[in-house]
Structure formats: C-alpha cells, structure tokens
Write a protein that binds this ligand. Structure first.
Ligand SMILES: [Zn+2]
Length: 114
C-alpha cells in the first residue's frame, strides 16, 4: 500500500462516520414478565414478552433499559451503526499507524542518504 492509497482509504472511511449522532452501545434481549394476579394471559402461563437494552460498563456493571415494542427497530439500527462506527474507527487507526511507520521509514532513509 502506498501513502496516497492509505490516505485515500482513510478519508473514505472517515466520511462514513461523519454523522455519529444516532448510535447506541449495548445488546438487545427479550425477557418475559409475569403478573402475579388478575391477568388472564399470565394465568395461562404465557406472560408478556418485553425487549430490554442491556449496556455494560467497566467493573462488570450493567444498565438495562426496557423498551416499547415500537422502539425496537430503531434501537436495532442504532446498535448496528455503533458496531459499524467502531469497526470504521479501528480501520482508520490502523491506516494512521501505517502512515506513522511509513513516515519513520522515509525519514530514516533520508538520513542515511544525506
Ligand atoms: Zn400479564
């Protein structure tokens, strides 16, 4: 990979994450809640499915956010975007690392030639 290829690739990746507003970190899972009495559905043992956003923090802490069913598609998309942005940031970082090494190599070569 040449320097200009690396820079072009990096700038293309950077353009992908220009809009970072709509992201969420965490994972989705479904839980079933059961009412203790007065609910025919729960009396039949069915319960009510509930979507939960689970977010982990350092120190094994987690936060859980209950979601309305209509929130689930948007949350799913925001989770996907977060993952994509993270991967893109990682790829940009790798390219910048490559450019750092290239700079060092070239400056070393110039030193040896002079
Ligand atoms: Zn119920």
């Amino acid at each position: 990979m040449t320097r200009s290829q690396a820079i072009r690739n990096r700038d293309k990746l950077a353009a992908k994450i220009a809009h970072v507003g709509d992201v969420l970190r965490g994972s989705l899972f479904q839980r079933t809640i059961h009412h203790s009495n007065g609910c025919p559905k729960c009396a039949r043992g069915e319960g009510h499915p509930l979507w939960v956003l689970n977010v982990g923090y350092p120190g094994a802490k987690t936060r859980q956010v209950s979601l309305r069913p209509e929130q689930v598609p948007g949350v799913r998309k925001a989770l996907d975007r977060y993952r994509e942005m993270k991967e893109t940031l990682e790829a940009i970082s790798e390219l910048n690392q490559f450019l750092l090494r290239l700079d060092r190599q070239e400056s070393k070569q110039r030193e040896q030639e002079s």
